[in-house]
Ligand binder design. Structure first.
Ligand code: PLP
Length: 389
């Protein structure tokens, strides 16, 4: 089976992990700040906080901003459930903004309309989480303009997007947001096995997230009114244990030296898909001159006129099955979050966000990772042509 995503592990990565294993540190030690430094360089953010995964990064980002009971968080239905669950972890309510069919990202038009309505009813969001789907940045300048007008904070879910750019700046520079979160799951752009990070330009937010990473405990003597001795620490908030290990950070720091090679390889393969798939009854991924995607995913849409309310897309299902049988590990990103039973129990229904649902019925993710060979890619294209015929 050709998988839809696969990590690239070099001899250098293995050496870095072995070195960490034979050092004095296994849990958070000197490799973590080294990895954080690499993330700061790649994103140009002033602060990076490495965490156990992107789910915990979303959680502490929401807490650092002060999201809590009585607040509302908005994200998109076309994402992994973690982008919404973080709001629930904090006791906030969650709602969704539909996507723009052209980019599969949060629709700025839908966001603006929903904000106008929410202002009238007094249900404005405290936090909005745009998701850079497949590595293609959202329209961050427009979202930032609305955030100033309506007073919400912005956390970018950049789990797919490290190494991408928007308007000439790297994704994660937080020019248009408070915090951006990154994922280092093995299918993502760079990996630490499990891992995530939050990057920000705001020193106070970074401080808060670091505090929440280690139980809310500080040993920083400058902050302690009482200095009883070198053993002394204080718990200042209800935090968690969300530390990344040095083993993981050593892998991450080594991976980061190849970030631009990874994105370039993905980009070249995506362009090759574009060429080979043109003329087929498919909608190909978006291209916008001011955005360089990190190409986490290459997702096509299978032309189909099915839009029955609870349909999962019969034609897409047929193509998916045929390709899986042919040994191609296609996937689907994403089942709309509001279709999940957990969210339906809160009152969401199929039909609530028609653009995300229309897209979902047609979406098919093809294999894309730096080591995908041209012969394998040809196999994927042949199987897709066969399945569509
Ligand atoms: C993978 C992913 C996450 C969660 O990342 P983990 O590191 O697995 O916790 C969050 N949001 C999006 C959009 C993702 O794809």
């Amino acid at each position: 089976m050709i998988p839809y995503g696969r990590q690239n592990i070099s001899d250098e990565d293995i050496r870095a992990v072995v070195e960490a294993l034979t050092s004095d540190w296994l849990t958070q030690g000197p490799a973590v700040p080294r990895f954080e430094e690499a993330l700061m360089q790649a994103t140009t953010a002033a602060h990076a906080v490495a965490l156990t995964n992107a789910t915990s990064a979303l959680h502490v980002a929401c807490l650092a901003i002060g999201l809590g009971p009585g607040d509302i968080l908005w994200t998109v239905p076309n994402t992994f459930v973690a982008s919404a669950n973080c709001g629930l972890y904090c006791g906030a309510a969650v709602d969704f903004v539909d996507i723009d069919p052209a980019t599969r990202n949060m629709s700025v038009t839908a966001l603006e309309k929903k904000l106008e309505d929410a202002r009238k009813t007094g249900h404005l969001p405290r936090v909005v989480i745009p998701v850079h789907f497949a590595g293609h940045s959202c329209d961050m300048a427009a979202i930032a303009r609305l955030s100033r007008e309506y007073g919400f904070r912005v956390i970018e879910d950049a789990a797919h997007a490290i190494g991408g750019t928007y308007d000439g700046g790297p994704v994660g520079d937080c020019r248009y947001s408070d915090i951006a979160i990154l994922s280092f799951h093995p299918v993502k752009i760079v990996t630490t096995g499990e891992g995530g990070a939050a990057v920000t330009q705001d020193a106070a937010l970074a401080d808060r997230m670091r505090l929440l990473r280690t139980h809310g405990i500080t040993r920083d003597m400058d902050r302690l009114p009482l200095n009883a001795g070198a053993w002394y620490y204080e718990q200042r908030a209800l935090g968690f244990n969300l530390r990344m290990t040095d083993i993981q950070a050593a892998l991450g720091a080594s991976q980061m030296t190849r970030l631009h090679d990874f994105v370039a390889a993905r980009e070249a393969l995506a362009s090759r898909y574009d060429e080979m798939l043109s003329g087929l009854p498919l909608k190909l991924p978006p291209r916008q001159a001011h955005i360089r995607s990190a190409w986490h995913l290459y997702t096509v849409e299978i032309e189909d006129d099915d839009d029955a309310p609870e349909s999962h897309g019969a034609r897409r299902a047929h193509v998916f099955e045929k390709m899986r049988k042919a040994g191609i590990g296609v996937n689907v990103h994403y089942i709309p979050v509001h279709w999940q039973p957990w969210y339906r129990e809160m009152g969401f229904h199929p039909g609530d966000f028609p653009a995300a649902e229309h897209y979902y019925r047609r979406a098919l993710t093809l294999p894309l990772f730096p080591d995908l060979g041209h012969a394998e890619q040809d196999e994927v294209v042949a199987a897709l042509k066969e399945a569509l015929s």
